[in-house]
Design a protein around this ligand. Structure first.
Ligand code: G3H
Ligand code: 13P
Ligand code: ZN
Length: 332
């Protein structure tokens, strides 16, 4: 199966009330953990690399790792640039074999975002590559994404039609209350349930509904959608880690989003937690081990476990590989 774009994935996901998981990749074990889970559950997936991933692993390693995963697993896979910061990075990825790119112009004013997005769309579409853009600003901190909560802003529904029409973009990332990283909400922003567990404010489904009304059948993307799975945080903290008050998006809300116009759900932090939990527990249980294959192998196993759980329980994309492949082949 060659790398594919996201057009067929999103069409099927929209019609079928499920979402495609977009998982961030940074090394071989992460690529293997994700693709092994997807292959076992026969799910289409998006593997995405951020600018930080490109710096860490180098673009050609990432492309070849993904190509190797495609040789081994027969599932529909798109390779996507996550949070492309500028035209040049998008161009590099398009020229280097990515099938999808995101241009993240959300830091710019509306017209500037449109101008930049349009330039990327023109270059990408001429080469058969699809483009995701972003309107609104998510809070959160990662390597190249750093927005304080006070600077975050919801997507304004009255801007989306003009943005999509003027740019020609293929999908749109929106801000409805998700946030990047493992500390999505401060304890002050949350309430506590009977067990004292932090409960974050609900996502703004009203904004999502209004955007969907204005953009019928158009694929919407949710960034910052890790649940910060408590069982993995627990393993980390029981084995020497110190993650205090880490809180993510509840799974029921992501499931609700996946049933709606949201066709792509971005997950990175949960993979980081899985990998770290596997490695920390291995190191604590086997202080005499020093072969990286032993502890990285355990990290990879938890990445696989977490991706399988997302596909089965959150995204609803289990068993959807064949219908996506059939549409892709029909459109060829
Ligand atoms: O949204 C950002 C992704 O999780 C990538 O994070 O820039 O630290 O690689 P990164
Ligand atoms: P999380 O930090 O919630 O995993 O979000 C990842 C993301 O949005 C990548 O673009
Ligand atoms: Zn993101």
């Amino acid at each position: 199966m060659p790398l594919m774009g996201t057009k067929e994935m999103f069409k099927k996901a929209y019609e079928g009330g499920y979402a495609i998981g977009a998982f961030n990749v940074n090394n071989m074990e992460i690529v293997q953990g994700i693709t092994e889970a997807a292959a076992e559950l026969k799910s289409p997936i998006i593997l995405q690399a951020s600018a930080g991933a490109r710096r860490y692993a180098k673009q050609s390693y990432l492309v070849h790792l993904v190509e190797a995963a495609l040789e081994v697993n027969d599932i529909p896979v798109a390779l996507h640039l996550d949070h492309g910061p500028d035209f040049e990075t998008c161009k590099d990825c398009i020229d280097g074999g990515f099938s999808s790119v995101m241009i993240d112009g959300s830091k710019y004013a509306f017209d500037e975002n449109i101008e930049l997005t349009k330039k990327v769309v023109e270059y990408a579409h001429a080469r058969g590559v699809v483009v995701e853009a972003e309107l609104g600003k998510l809070a959160g901190i990662e390597d190249d994404v750093n927005v304080a909560a006070k600077d975050a802003s919801y997507t304004q529904p009255d801007e989306v039609e003009e943005f999509v029409t003027r740019t020609g973009v293929d999908s749109l990332a929106i801000a409805i209350g998700t946030s990047h990283g493992a500390y999505k909400f401060t304890p002050e922003q949350c309430t506590r349930n009977a067990d004292g567990v932090l409960v974050p404010p609900e996502l703004r489904f009203d904004i999502l509904e209004e955007i969907t009304r204005r953009l019928p059948e158009f694929p919407i993307v949710l960034h910052g959608a890790s649940s910060v799975v408590p069982s993995y945080v627990k393993i980390i903290n029981e084995n020497g880690g110190k993650l205090k008050d880490a809180v993510g998006i509840p799974e029921e809300q992501l499931r609700r989003a996946a049933k709606s116009a949201v066709c792509k759900i971005n997950i990175d932090s949960d993979l980081r937690l899985g990998m770290t939990a596997g490695i920390r527990r291995h190191m604590a249980e086997h202080p005499d081990h020093f072969d990286p294959r032993q502890y990285l192998g355990d990290g990879r196993a938890l990445v696989k476990e977490i991706v399988a759980h997302k596909i089965h329980t959150v995204l609803g994309s289990e068993g959807k590989a064949d219908e996506v492949m059939a549409l892709y082949n029909a459109n060829k």
